[in-house]
Design a protein around this ligand. Structure first.
Ligand code: ADP
Length: 684
């Protein structure tokens, strides 16, 4: 028996391994099983080169638990190790056996699992003692047993072992007992070893017998040695892709479509990416793509490797060229990784483009599900935007689809304003904005339906990217002002009448701290609604953005501002005006006379002091001016109160306001209840 110290420079590396090296202790299973697979692959290479005497035999890797002994064992029938090799590869952990081997079998050793840093030593993260019992493939090799209890000392001795290959026996730590549970080990094998290229058995297949599960004779193979992405696309049918998808994500709907990736140069990468059918935003998750390295699971957090917008896709990427044990920030600056990310992005846009050109109908059918991915891509990657603008679609409120270019051609004639801007009208809710959409359609305008999560952001993007383009929500203004054409003179009523209408309607508006209404009277034509509520595009966008950007809380706290436009051409508004005028009669005359007199006095004072500097004006004069101003204000207020009193019982005003509020979903609670009662009373 030989004893020695493990050749590491640190006094005792094990505490380091245990505590700091890996955040996820469970990955030891990946390391140990992939070493076993690695050794098995090497053996296959030897066999196919004719270097192996005798039969390779059954090469299944076995994982087993011995609860009494408290051990988890991984056994392979790979190349095994001689005592010298243990010394070189295990004791001198700075060495990497894979390097020597790759040198020798350069052209043939592609499938060998790459470097996982400390690999074998990760077993000490969960074990108080580890044994290697191994017998090399070489003729007359003697079996040896290496043992180490987590101190830098190990022992090595000859032992009995009939079969070629290696058993790694891990004596599981007391605080890691979960790794002795069948369920836990099954779960981990599924996670890390699901697609390893050599069969891995854990226990026996079970069957139901006499009301309980019993073992059969058949090995329970936990992995799929030829996963879909390693096969040729030409050998695969749609069903194969769908089946693989449902194996990976049993709870998900059928995918929209998929992309089989396969590159040899300048890096190696294979994989299949799926566009999932997203039922709700809750399904949008960033950890659904699994990253493999030669079929060994590495991670399901692919940020930095896959372009950000594609992290929402599902599927598998397998590349030996992605550095695995480095930090995320390093990944992002790695040139190879950048190339990979660029390649994937290009592949995805190529595929989208080809579906679009080959089967536009199909593409349109899938668009509503696809658009979140495409929008995300356009927003976050300029290159992707440049490619996507050829196939990204607009959908209008009639459910028709257009490319950006087609749409521009469609609306150019009717929707260019007087400054040459192309005005894209849109709605984000077909039902809520129904009357505005109808008005726009009647005017010969087309209205887009932009109801997606990212549409607000995409609007901003398109306004920046497409010259002379503006997006305006269809209820941002009354129809005639939505797209401002050459001014055509309208017959407007005089300002005094407009002011009277303003006062009458303002007086009956609901009072609220959260909503402000700005009332204005305008000739909109006999056929337009009597009262229309609009919200300026600018205000609404600020409010929308305040909801998602904390820095804009100022806008969020501001009351909602709406315009209430009174259509002076409508017969009901005309009737309100006439009724108000007759209800008021002569009662305003005294106020008007008083205001006239006061205004004249005010003008006279101002005239008198016109050329004086501030401190040349007498105190007396100043006092008089403020008194006159206060009197004017008080007269105005009394005048207004008189109007309100005279018109307070005008049910038509209240009814018109409520109808407009109702149409915009702004009538609620008590106000809605009052409206219904009043309406019932009006029905005779
Ligand atoms: P790496 O796998 O990155 O080389 P490890 O520490 O996991 O690092 O393993 C060191 C070396 O030990 C391997 O390169 C291999 O030569 C040898 N080795 C580990 N496990 C086995 C095994 N099951 N069968 C044969 N050799 C093994």
């Amino acid at each position: 028996m030989q004893k020695g110290n493990i050749g590491v420079t640190t006094e005792n590396i094990f505490p380091v391994i245990k505590k700091f090296l890996y955040s996820d202790h469970e990955i030891f299973i990946r390391e140990i099983v992939s070493n076993a697979v690695d050794a098995t692959q090497k053996l296959k290479t030897l066999a196919s080169n004719g270097d192996l005497k005798g039969e390779a035999g059954d090469l299944t890797v076995h994982v087993s638990i011995n609860k009494e002994a408290g051990t988890l064992t991984v056994s392979d029938r790979g190349i095994g190790m001689t005592e010298e090799e243990i010394d070189k590869y295990i004791n001198q952990i700075a060495f990497s056996g894979a390097n020597d081997f790759l040198d020798k079998y350069k052209d043939n050793a592609n499938a060998i699992i790459g470097h996982f840093g400390l690999g074998f030593y990760s077993s000490f993260m969960v074990s108080k003692k580890v044994e290697i019992i191994t017998k090399s493939w070489q003729e007359d090799a003697k079996a040896v047993k290496w043992s180490c209890d987590g101190s830098p000392e190990f022992s090595i001795e000859e032992c009995d072992k009939a079969e070629r290959g290696t058993d790694i026996v891990m004596y599981i730590d007391d605080d890691c007992k979960e790794f002795l549970e069948d369920n836990k080990v099954t779960e981990l094998l599924r996670k890390y070893c699901h697609f390893l290229p050599v069969a891995i058995a854990f226990g026996k297949k079970k069957e139901w017998k006499d009301g309980k599960q019993v073992d059969t004779d058949e090995d329970n193979i936990i992995n799929e040695v030829n996963p879909l992405w390693t096969r040729k696309p030409t050998d695969l049918k749609d069903e194969d892709y769908k089946k693989f998808y449902s194996d990976l994500y049993p709870m998900s709907d059928e995918p929209l479509f998929w992309i089989h990736l396969n590159v040899d140069y300048p890096f190696h990468l294979t994989g299949v990416l799926y566009f999932p059918k997203v039922k709700s935003n809750l399904d949008l998750q960033k950890n659904k793509i699994q990253l493999y390295c030669n079929q060994v699971f590495v991670t399901d957090s692919v940020e930095g490797i896959v372009p950000d917008f594609l992290t929402l896709l599902h599927g598998v990427i397998d590349s030996p060229d992605i550095p695995l044990n480095v930090s995320r920030s390093y990944l992002q600056s790695d040139a190879n990784v950048k190339k990979i990310s660029g390649y994937i992005s290009k592949k995805v846009s190529d595929r989208l483009k080809s579906i679009f050109t080959q089967d536009r109908k199909d593409f349109e059918n899938k668009w509503d599900d696809l658009k979140i991915f495409i929008h995300y891509g356009m927003l976050t990657e300029d290159d992707f935007y440049d490619r996507a603008k050829q196939f990204a679609l607009f959908k209008d409120t009639d459910g028709k689809y257009y490319t950006f270019e087609e749409y521009q051609t469609l609306i150019k004639d009717a929707q260019t304003d007087k400054d040459g801007n192309l005005i894209y009208l849109y709605a984000n809710d077909k039902d809520e904005q129904y009357s505005y959409i109808e008005a726009a359609n009647n005017k010969g305008y087309n209205v887009l339906l932009l109801d997606g999560q990212l549409d607000v952001a995409v609007i901003g993007l398109l306004e920046r990217k497409i010259d002379k383009s503006r997006f305006t929500r269809v209820d941002a203004d009354v129809i005639d002002r939505l797209i401002v054409k050459e001014e055509e003179k309208k017959e407007e009523i005089d300002n005094e009448k407009k002011e009277l209408l303003n006062t009458v309607f303002t007086g009956q508006l609901p009072k609220s701290d959260k909503v402000n209404y700005n009332v204005e009277a305008q000739a909109l034509g006999e056929n337009q609604a009597p009262v229309i509520i609009t919200q300026s595009e600018y205000m609404r966008r600020m409010k929308d953005m305040a909801k998602i950007q904390p820095g804009m809380a100022f806008y969020g706290e501001m009351p909602d501002m709406f315009n209430l436009v009174l259509n002076t051409d409508h017969r009901l508004v005309k009737a309100v005006l006439a009724d108000s005028e007759s209800a008021i009669g002569d009662s305003l005359n005294p106020f008007d006379a008083e205001i006239r007199g006061l205004t004249a006095r005010k003008d006279a004072i101002n005239q008198m002091n016109k050329d004086k500097k501030y401190d040349e004006i007498t105190q007396e004069s100043r006092d008089e001016l403020s008194k006159v101003e206060a009197d004017i204000e008080s007269q105005r207020q009394q005048r207004k109160d008189t109007i309100l009193k005279a018109t307070a019982d005008n049910k038509v005003v209240k009814q018109l306001i409520d109808l407009a509020l109702l149409q915009n979903g702004l009538l609620k609670g008590e106000a809605l209840n009052d409206f219904v009662k009043r309406s019932v009373e009006l029905i005779k």
